[in-house]
Write a protein that binds this ligand. Structure first.
Ligand SMILES: NC(=O)c1ccc[n+]([C@@H]2O[C@H](COP(=O)([O-])OP(=O)(O)OC[C@H]3O[C@@H](n4cnc5c(N)ncnc54)[C@H](OP(=O)(O)O)[C@@H]3O)[C@@H](O)[C@H]2O)c1
Length: 257
């Protein structure tokens, strides 16, 4: 029987794919045979990820310097992907950032920075790949949400708003593009050990102990923990799954304490 999780011959764009969760997902896709576009701002990190994945998995990888808050750069990302590979099958809207403050302390520019990087970018990237996916007869879009798609937090007003929004965005795009055979879903990671949360561990005293005691499996997630779910949502195995928000959280979202 053909492997229903195979991504051989597919082309996947992963925004923020040069580190953390994005790189974990990119590695998962490469392991199933997909060629990749890694789009992020830090060129050195992108070049390192590109080399690592090419060497380990032998797939084609195109690293692009892209700021997903800039619409013209998103268009360039799509143009360059089509120029190199001629198709786009999978988009992962993973690039994201956070600014932690009490709600009364934010500048409007800080609100905009978080919403633009986390939510507006996901809409614009999805819009930008739509016609290529439609032309190819279908596609898969995966939005990276968060536990803050479900829970609130004192210092999370713009971040939580963006992560709640990205789930609703997935549902709206899923409904709109189902007739085009494009499935749009969200993954909600629990606490994953990355640069983003290493900063959180500095900002928030006691976070390490809290995460371990509050997460039923008793540990932080690793970026690679997201790979299996992302492969499922990027593959033929999920063709009848659309508009869902799937927690990958070691049980964080189902445990009362
Ligand atoms: N770690 C967790 O526990 C956790 C939990 C839930 C959700 N998430 C979400 O998972 C996603 C990845 O986060 P992470 O934890 O892996 O953090 P990370 O290691 O800091 O990764 C963030 C990635 O986004 C890229 N990025 C940020 N702003 C960008 C922009 N304007 N344009 C293009 N790329 C941009 C970064 O690359 P450059 O700096 O090179 O641009 C980096 O590759 C985010 O959406 C985050 O909200 C993380």
């Amino acid at each position: 029987m053909e492997n229903m999780f195979s991504l051989a011959g597919k082309v996947a764009i992963v925004t923020g794919g040069n580190g953390g969760i994005g790189k974990g997902i990119a590695r998962g896709f490469a392991g199933m045979g997909a060629n990749l576009v890694i789009a992020a701002r830090n060129q050195q990190k992108t070049a390192d990820a590109e080399r690592e994945i090419k060497e380990e998995f032998g797939v084609h990888v195109l690293g692009l310097k892209i700021d997903v808050t800039k619409e013209e750069q998103i268009k360039r990302m799509v143009d360059q992907t089509l120029e190199k590979f001629g198709r786009i099958d999978i988009l992962v809207n993973n690039a994201g950032t956070n600014i932690r403050k009490m709600p009364q302390e934010y500048q409007a520019s800080e609100w905009d920075a978080v919403l633009n990087a986390n939510l507006r970018s996901a809409f614009l990237c999805s819009q930008a790949v739509y016609f290529a996916m439609k032309k190819a007869g279908g596609g898969k879009i995966i939005n990276i949400g968060s536990m803050t798609s479900i829970f609130g937090g004192a210092k999370l007003a713009p971040y939580g708003t963006s992560k709640g929004g990205i789930v609703q965005l997935a549902r709206s795009l899923a409904a709109a593009w189902a007739p085009d055979n494009i499935q749009v879903n969200a993954i909600l990671p629990g606490w994953i050990d990355t640069d983003l949360t290493r900063q959180a561990r500095i900002d928030l005293a006691g976070l390490d102990e809290t995460v371990k005691s509050r997460t039923p499996v008793g540990r932080w997630g690793d970026p690679q923990d997201l790979a299996g779910t992302a492969v499922f949502l990027a593959s033929r195995a999920s063709d009848f799954v659309t508009g869902v928000a799937l927690p990958v959280d070691g049980g964080f979202s189902i445990a009362l304490m």
